[in-house]
Design a protein around this ligand. Structure first.
Ligand code: 5AD
Ligand code: SF4
Length: 453
């Protein structure tokens, strides 16, 4: 008998990847995925802890799922409720105390045990919790990704973080840095490409801290891994996210020079442009270190575009500290960026710092920074007008015959291409600038054809 599985995924791409892998593991136990929560026999909330009041939001969502279960129970059906991800990890047993109707609480390192936990849980008794960091790796236990959802696939190569930035919960929820063996990654990448993927984004909380055991017994860093992946026929695009400036090494920089498949777009969070704030954040780099890395990357790959994360209003941030951030943004010139008001996360050192800033100050600084970043984004996009670039077709557009794809710099590109299919790589001349995307004209037949009909 098949059961229906509904997974709601919050947060980062690593959670998206984990959700796919959980679905894969559960499909071996008779579950098929559904997009309709109303028909689900098993609801998994794969949660994220990075935003403010993350746990509160999960509890209110759980309240709604419980109502759904009550309705289904009134009809003689049942729903099993599982909470996964970083809120599950952080809350652990406390979740069952606050929401005793939950069946299973499972942390990100224990997903491979989910089918067994569900079986153990059965129909009665208290819910069960597994937030351990088991010795066996979940990657060895979970089945490989089956068929990629589209031409662009994610592949987790590394998890966890040893950096302990003072504002961040990740080192507590995802644990210490751990890298998957290179052989397993290459195997999974080949499976994804055979299944129709032509772009792979390598994922990790600290992806460029990657140091995995290689088939030859040595350790490979990210640069070497990228070079090996580039040997896979049909894999046209390689990306990686999220990197830490401290772990950008010479080999990775030269991979940007040597490997054409490595896309010229890099998300390299800096968080702040002020050295005292970077120090208080325990970022382990100065503003100058960051600028020098950017310069070296651009020497290696002159068309490299950058993106970053910023936090404004970190405890103790003065007007001058904030101006230093604006100066750094001016110096780098970002293609896009994410920016946040600092908000204290329980259990992190920064939440205990004395000089917490008032919200209006944070709001004003955020608006100011976002204005600058928006100007830069627009100017980056405007500079694409008249440029010929390769676009990977990702889906049909709204109008018949229209298609939507992505540029090497992750810009969304709309074009007319009735004969194109998803996964095609085409050359396009950019002609229009829309609010959050570009419009282009197809210049010829695809250089590489997609698998999807
Ligand atoms: N407050 C605000 N932003 C945060 N981030 C992480 N923790 C906090 C926090 N306590 C942001 C950082 C990080 C991104 C994923 O979320 O900029 O790079
Ligand atoms: Fe969090 Fe810093 Fe680690 Fe990034 S590097 S996950 S911000 S602790």
């Amino acid at each position: 008998m098949t059961k229906k599985l509904f997974i709601k995924t919050y947060g980062c791409q690593m959670n998206v990847y984990d959700s796919e892998r959980m679905a894969g593991a559960l499909s071996a136990h008779g579950y098929t995925a559904t997009d309709l929560i109303e028909e689900a026999d098993l609801v998994v909330l794969n949660t994220c802890h990075i935003r403010e009041k993350a746990a509160e939001k999960v509890y209110s969502e759980l309240g709604r799922v419980r109502q759904l279960r009550d309705r289904r129970r009134a009809d003689g059906q049942d729903v099993t409720i599982a909470v996964a991800g970083c809120v599950a990890q952080a809350e652990g047993e406390a979740m069952l105390q606050r929401a005793p109707f939950i069946d299973v609480v499972v942390g990100p390192q224990a997903y491979h045990r989910l089918p067994e936990m569900l079986a153990r849980r059965g129909n009665r008794g208290p819910g069960i919790v597994d937030t351990e960091f088991p010795i066996e790796s979940k990657f060895d236990e979970l089945p490989d990704a089956l068929v990629p959802a589209g031409p662009s696939a994610f592949l987790t190569i590394q998890e966890g973080c040893d950096k302990f930035c003072t504002f961040c919960v990740v080192p507590y929820t995802r644990g210490a840095e751990a890298s998957r063996p290179a052989g397993a990654i290459l195997r999974e990448a080949r499976t994804l490409v055979q299944g129709g993927a032509c772009e792979i984004t390598l994922l990790g909380q600290n992806v460029n801290a990657y140091r995995g055991t290689a088939p030859d017994g040595t350790g490979w860093g990210l640069g070497r891994l990228v070079r090996e992946l580039a040997e896979i026929p049909g894999l046209a695009r390689i990306r990686y996210t999220t990197s830490h400036p401290r772990d950008v090494d010479d080999d990775l920089i030269s991979a940007h020079r040597d490997v054409p498949q490595l896309m010229p777009f890099l998300h390299l969070p800096v968080q702040s442009g002020s050295d005292p704030i970077l120090k208080a954040m325990n970022r382990k780099h100065t503003a100058d270190d960051y600028l020098r890395i950017v310069e070296r990357l651009r020497d290696a790959r002159p068309d490299l575009a950058l993106s970053s994360d910023f936090i404004v209003g970190f405890p103790g941030e003065s007007d001058e500290d904030f101006r230093a951030t604006l100066r750094l943004v001016e110096r780098v010139g970002y293609a896009q960026a994410f920016s946040f008001k600092y908000s204290p996360r329980p259990g992190t050192p920064a939440s205990l710092m004395k000089k917490q800033l008032r919200d209006p100050v944070k709001t004003e600084r955020l608006a100011h920074l976002q204005e600058l970043l928006e100007v830069q984004r627009r100017s980056f996009d405007s500079a694409s007008i008249g440029v010929q670039m390769e676009v990977l077709i990702e889906r049909d557009g709204r109008d018949p015959g229209s298609k939507v794809g992505r540029s090497p710099w992750l810009q969304i590109v709309h074009l007319e291409g009735p004969d194109l299919r998803v996964g095609d790589l085409v050359t396009v001349e950019i002609e229009q600038l829309h609010a959050r995307s570009l419009g282009g004209r197809l210049l010829g037949p695809p250089a590489q054809r997609g698998r999807a009909a």
